[in-house]
Design a protein around this ligand. Structure first.
Ligand code: RP5
Length: 162
């Protein structure tokens, strides 16, 4: 995809079944993105390089997902000025609590916007909102999306009543 505005990174390709929901959300809003495996533990130098170069390459936000000892979002946030959205990926044990706590408990001064365990779709939508803050057309699309959500909720309620 040319000129990506959002970088989706994950610790392993095994995270993709969860992380692809972020890509789908960005695609719905036609936001260009890139998706890569950048492991904090298995390729630390490359991970730091990715974070350092992200802003100058034109990215405007990073979505980082990892499971277990999930250090990727926080480490990226420590080397980039861009907003970093962390996605806790649930693994076989501990229901993703390990990943959630690894990502959410950042020290003051190094923020990571953490979504729910497995919440990659919301990570994608949050990235859209970040971009929409300075993009009127994108903001209008987000408002339409929100109106549609409300209409769907009403329709479901109406089904219960009939
Ligand atoms: C984490 O280890 C990755 O983010 C992934 O969630 C987990 C397991 O990775 P694999 O062993 O499946 O490659 O760093």
């Amino acid at each position: 995809m040319s000129n990506p505005l959002v970088g989706i990174v994950m610790g392993s390709d095994s995270d993709w079944p969860v992380m692809k929901a972020a890509a789908e959300a960005l695609s719905e809003f036609e936001v260009p993105f890139e998706a890569d495996v950048v492991s904090a533990h298995r390729m630390p130098e490359e991970m730091i390089e990715y974070g350092k170069r992200a802003a100058s390459r034109g990215l405007r936000a990073i979505i980082a997902g990892a499971g277990g000892a999930a250090h990727l979002p926080g480490m990226l946030a420590s080397v980039t000025p861009l907003p970093v959205i962390g996605v806790p990926v649930p693994l076989k044990y501990l229901d993703g609590m390990d990943s959630l706590l690894s990502i959410v408990q950042m020290p003051a001064g190094v923020p990571v916007a953490t979504v729910a365990v497995g919440g990659a779709r919301n990570a994608g939508l949050l990235a859209v909102r970040i971009l929409a803050a300075a993009d009127e057309a994108l903001r209008a699309r987000m408002e339409k999306f929100q109106q549609d959500l409300k209409a769907q909720a009403y329709a479901k309620g109406a089904r219960l009543r009939t």
